[in-house]
Design a protein around this ligand. Structure first.
Ligand SMILES: CC(C)(COP(=O)(O)OP(=O)(O)OC[C@H]1O[C@@H](n2cnc3c(N)ncnc32)[C@H](O)[C@@H]1OP(=O)(O)O)[C@@H](O)C(=O)NCCC(=O)NCCS
Length: 188
């Protein structure tokens, strides 16, 4: 897979709270078929539609309301301002379509700072390898640029998502009930 990176870490003089050279401006990654760019306010309605679509919540016992999805979206925008990175908009290059959201988010997991790897795509675009393509590019970038372990936490019943974790070369290291869902935790 081709991967072209632009402005990954430009103006990286400032030092984040973890003591690393924190990326402080936009991150834009390109893969063979996708553009991965920072989320912006104009993405709000598109992201809420993806987050509340019943088809993307098949393994979620308590799907978010539009209000809850909006509140979460605002925190995702804030991540970019606070951390210099966060979840990305996934754009299909040939059509310009916004096809999904994903990437890494800095969060606390059992007292440890980790990068949570996430993916949620519009069902019309499933089954084409797009989530794996997005995640591979983000993982390569994050492993190079950020000093935190990358973790994937997936419902034990979410077969497609479990499959992606395996395809990315992640290994299950624990299981627990996380946010009310029996989950498997993966790292590389
Ligand atoms: C999970 C999700 C992002 C996958 O997107 P995608 O672009 O279709 O994923 P990919 O095409 O890269 O890979 C999916 C893999 O799961 C496999 N898969 C899909 N449905 C499957 C099923 N029902 N049973 C077994 N494997 C399945 C695919 O065959 C593929 O593996 P392969 O390449 O070995 O054939 C998408 O289904 C989604 O948005 N789901 C809802 C949100 C969600 O559950 N996110 C995860 C939260 S942790």
């Amino acid at each position: 897979m081709q991967q072209d990176e632009r402005k990954i870490c430009h103006d990286s003089d400032s030092v984040g709270s973890g003591g690393y050279r924190r990326p402080v401006t936009s991150t834009e990654l390109r893969t063979e078929r996708l553009l991965l760019r920072p989320l912006v306010a104009a993405d709000r309605e598109t992201v809420i539609a993806i987050q509340t679509d019943p088809r993307t919540n098949r393994y979620h016992p308590d799907p978010p309301t539009a209000e809850a999805a909006k509140a979460k979206f605002e925190t995702w925008l804030a991540d970019w301002a606070d951390d210099g990175f966060g979840y990305v908009a996934v754009i299909e290059t040939t059509t310009g379509e916004f096809i999904g959201v994903g990437g890494v988010q800095l969060r606390q997991f059992e007292g440890e700072k980790i990068l949570n790897l996430y993916y949620r795509f519009r069902p019309e675009f499933w089954g084409r390898g797009y989530a794996t393509e997005m995640a591979s590019a983000v993982v390569a970038w994050a492993e190079r640029e950020l000093p935190y372990p990358i973790q994937i936490t997936v419902s034990v019943e979410n077969t497609p998502s479990l499959r992606i974790a395996e395809k990315l070369g992640f290994t299950a290291y624990a299981e627990s009930v996380y946010a009310g869902i029996p989950s498997r935790h993966f790292r590389r």
